[in-house]
Design a protein around this ligand. Structure first.
Ligand SMILES: NC(=O)c1ccc[n+]([C@@H]2O[C@H](COP(=O)([O-])OP(=O)(O)OC[C@H]3O[C@@H](n4cnc5c(N)ncnc54)[C@H](OP(=O)(O)O)[C@@H]3O)[C@@H](O)[C@H]2O)c1
Length: 289
């Protein structure tokens, strides 16, 4: 069992850090809003630190799961940031969905300071974090990956090394491009079926046995028909992720025509006040709700 730190106890980080503690790791947490760190210690034991630097001091592995590139830069390189206190030979594992660019920058910075950085974004959502069954896509050095993998498996069902620094974030981008296309396709299909007078619950049940099936259809089809959206993966977060995909595509030359189009649809959905709702609320703009 290792001495570890976890920075960022949001919807994802709070349960992920909890699984590390449940597996017997010695966990020190940091959260910008202190009350969440205290609530975590109240639930799981361990210790709360006042700054990222204090949290990671002496840790063999430090984890983070914050919002976007600037947040990640702040907890790593900002005032009292984690990188100022990482020990030689330690490993920093970042679970934020961020750009490949910041991952490469932080990996280079870590190497200069004598420790390793892994970009390790996750898929599986809040339920995956709570149930400890996330999928983790990792970029970085193989030796660091092998050392960190057992701890990551505390909250993951699948953990894969995808390549050098940035490769985890690039794989997460592939994931989000797939998901957003499927989400919009399902929204149009359900809306079309309703216009055609079909019983869409029955229609989804039938087509889920064939080529149209997907995680999205099985987990969101019914709630989309029912008009329920107050859970899941927020539109605001998906727009952040798609911005990262579109920036990467601008650099590597890939055509993301569909992704760009659906990103515009998500902007419409934000105007309907659905920024915090699940991305299946894409169907709301078709229903003109
Ligand atoms: N939610 C999902 O279903 C899901 C699924 C896959 C991936 N992700 C990704 O996982 C990451 C976290 O998502 P989440 O849902 O856990 O978000 P969240 O609930 O909003 O939590 C964000 C966490 O980051 C901290 N934070 C943000 N900016 C910070 C800064 N500048 N300095 C220090 N701490 C900062 C927040 O601290 P405070 O408590 O002080 O605000 C909070 O602990 C995101 O990159 C997201 O895209 C989320």
């Amino acid at each position: 069992m290792a001495k570890v730190a976890f920075l960022g106890l949001g919807v994802m980080g709070f349960p992920m850090a909890g699984h590390l503690a449940a597996k017997g790791h010695d966990v020190t947490v940091y959260n910008r809003t202190r009350a969440k760190a205290e609530a975590w210690v109240g639930k799981h034991g361990g210790k709360a630190a006042a700054t990222p630097a204090k949290a990671v001091a002496g840790a063999e592995i430090a984890f983070s799961c914050v919002g976007d590139d600037p947040d990640l830069r702040e907890v790593t390189l900002g005032a009292d940031g984690a990188f100022s206190a990482m020990g030689k030979g330690s490993i920093y594992v970042d679970h934020t969905t961020a750009s490949a660019k910041v991952a490469r920058e932080l990996a280079a910075e870590a190497a200069q300071r004598g420790f390793q950085f892994l970009d390790a974004p996750v898929s599986g959502g809040q339920a995956g974090a709570e149930n400890g069954v996330l999928t983790v896509m990792v970029g970085g050095a193989a030796a660091a990956f092998e050392r960190a993998k057992p701890a990551i498996e505390s909250f993951a069902r699948a953990v894969a090394l995808m390549g050098p620094a940035g490769a985890g974030q690039l794989t997460k981008m592939v994931n989000q491009i797939c998901v957003i296309g499927v989400a919009q396709g399902l929204a149009e299909a359900i809306n079309f079926g309703a216009h055609a007078g079909l019983d869409m619950k029955r229609a989804l049940e039938v087509i889920s046995k064939g080529a149209a099936t997907s995680w999205f259809l099985e987990n969101r089809g019914g709630t989309m028909v029912d008009g329920k959206f107050d859970f899941g993966f927020a539109v605001d977060w998906m727009r952040k992720d798609l911005r990262i995909c579109l920036e990467e595509a601008a650099a590597n030359g890939a055509d993301l025509a569909m992704t760009k189009l659906v990103d515009g649809f998500l902007a419409d959905v934000q105007k309907l006040g659905a920024g915090r709702q699940d991305i299946s609320s894409l169907i709301r703009r078709l229903r003109r709700e």
